[in-house]
Design a protein around this ligand. Structure first.
Ligand code: NAD
Length: 498
């Protein structure tokens, strides 16, 4: 695949309501490739003035109704048109994702870009299906007098704040749902991956999205914070760390903005002794090493029942040892680099801390990083205590903590024993056990003999401190809608209370 990235995808100017322009303050930042540690493009650094301009454009688009008042089938065609434009440029966009985020090219090409396009196709349809209901009116003596219904109204201007790990998919989930609801959007992508998000803005413009409806403001946390503070922003949808979620929720609470939070995880992947060993090992490898473990629902805690424990650890170590760590743009690469120096330091810090506490990795570990990219070998710790730091805190890197257990109840207690509740998986051939656990596990997504697979038709989000609200599914559209109740008096004689 020798397709080069065309110049328009390297245009780092911000997108204000669909129009590309430099940041008002003229500031630019280098965009680094995690595979080399070298800059490959320059991107606008948005400031307060840009935030004000984007909010003004989104508010005006909301007020005039250029988007929300379009016939719903016309909105559907435009959203589906965005999906088509993303698909048409799959290979180029995949290369950009690989260069900018370090996601291996194969994952970007076959997972990231197609799933982002699918999100637009799904929400194009879902937006036409979410509507109000007619309700029975119930009041002593007046039951037939009143007609009651609900209607759904777009929330207004929404700020969408996203992380770097799925640099097109996370923006796509939020932008598509927001637009499907008829709301207007300002996307603040992660500072590590702005170009992919800007490419989405161009695809939307080319598909006919009306001016002002979507802006993309590259920049750091301060740009996100300015959006959260802005009085004309009605809704915040954040995907990010639990720490950022707390800060954003606290600030948004001052003006009671609507908030959806998709946050961190420490998801348990539970393997029972009766599981098919090969399948469970494949699921565990995909669960923790896909995108170098930089996945919110990564199966970073692998709970294995004792009779299978040693064979399982041995098989994981053997197969993980064969994975190819390398340049994200190399088609043979299984694990690309971590996204940044900071992320490398964070992951190495956790591994160092585990070693200091007496744990020894049975694979990988924190090697001294060589010059160039932020590569981290797949790392496996065995016999990890459920309460230890590496079994409780989100590392967001290719680090597996394998924890032994004996009984079902013990597995459940360990699995539910963190502050997170994003996802969980169970590997067993016992159908009743699998179904029982699917009821008992406290997590937003449960996989039975599977890991990591998602569909845009089903809601995705967390229990506990993994956040609140849901992306995807009909719930994803609802997150950008207000519900209004209308009650109409059908009687010619007005009701006279006084
Ligand atoms: P992060 O929390 O550092 O940043 C996420 C986004 O929030 C970025 O765009 C950042 O600039 C912005 N931000 C940071 N501080 C802010 C503030 N005070 N106000 C407004 N915006 C602010 O997260 P990250 O390092 O980019 O991504 C990794 C995290 O994202 C992990 O914890 C991961 O679990 C989580 N994540 C969750 C999901 C999910 O669906 N639950 C999906 C992907 C990633």
């Amino acid at each position: 695949m020798s397709v080069e990235i065309k110049a328009d995808l390297l245009d780092g100017r911000l997108s204000l309501g669909g129009e590309r322009r430099p940041a008002a303050g003229g500031a630019m930042s280098p965009d680094l490739s995690p595979s080399t540690g070298e800059p490959f493009a320059e991107v606008a650094e948005s400031g307060e003035q840009d935030v004000d301009a984007a909010v003004a454009a989104a508010s005006a688009a909301h007020e005039t109704g250029v988007w929300r008042s379009l016939p719903v089938l016309e909105r559907q065609r435009i959203l589906a048109g965005i999906a088509t434009r993303l698909r048409e440029r799959t290979i180029e966009l995949a290369r950009l994702v690989a260069r900018e985020s370090g996601m291996p090219l194969s994952a970007a090409r076959f997972i990231e870009i197609p799933m982002a396009a699918d999100a637009f196709d799904y929400f194009a349809a879902a937006g036409t299906l979410v509507h109000g209901r007619t309700l029975p009116f119930s009041l002593q003596g007046a039951t037939t007098r009143y007609m009651t219904w609900t209607q759904k109204q777009p929330v207004g201007v929404a700020a969408l704040i996203t992380p770097w790990n799925f640099p097109l998919l996370m923006p796509a989930w939020k932008v598509a749902a927001c637009l499907a609801a008829g709301a207007t959007a300002i996307l603040k992508p992660a500072p590590e991956t702005p170009l992919v998000a800007l490419a989405l803005a161009d695809a939307a413009r080319d598909a006919g999205l009306p001016e002002g409806t979507l802006s993309v403001l590259p920049g750091g946390d301060a740009v996100g914070a300015a959006l959260v503070r802005h009085p004309k922003v009605a809704k915040i949808a954040l995907t990010g760390s639990t720490e950022t979620g707390r800060v954003v929720a606290a600030e948004a609470a001052r003006s009671l903005k609507r908030v959806s939070l998709e946050l961190g995880g420490k998801s348990p992947n539970i393997v029972f002794a009766d599981a098919n060993l090969d399948d469970a090992v494949s699921g565990a490898l995909f669960g923790i090493f896909f995108n170098s473990g930089q996945v919110c629902q990564a199966g970073s805690r692998i709970l294995v029942q004792r009779p299978l424990y040693d064979r399982f650890v041995e098989a994981v170590v053997e197969r993980a040892g064969d994975l190819i760590v390398g340049d994200a743009e190399d088609q043979m690469t299984d694990l690309g680099p971590l996204v940044s120096q900071a992320q490398y330091g964070r992951v190495a810090g956790y591994v160092g801390q585990a070693v200091d506490s007496g744990l020894r990795p049975v694979l990988g570990g924190a090697q001294q990083r060589e010059a160039g990219g932020y590569f981290f070998q797949p790392t496996v710790f065995r016999d990890v205590a459920a309460e230890s730091v590496i079994a409780q805190e989100e590392i967001f890197g290719p680090v597996a903590a394998i924890i032994p257990f004996d009984r079902d109840e013990e597995a459940l207690e360990i699995a539910n024993g963190t502050m997170y509740g994003l996802a969980a998986a169970v590997w067993t051939q016992d159908v009743r056990r699998a179904l029982r656990l699917s009821q008992q596990l406290d997590a937003g997504t449960i996989w039975l003999n599977a890991y990591q697979v998602l569909t845009p038709t089903a809601p995705f989000g967390g229990f506990k401190q993994s956040g609140y609200g849901r992306d995807l599914g009909v719930e994803g559209v609802e997150a950008f809608l207000e519900t209004k109740t209308v009650i109409a008096d059908l009687n010619d004689q007005p009701m006279q209370y006084f």
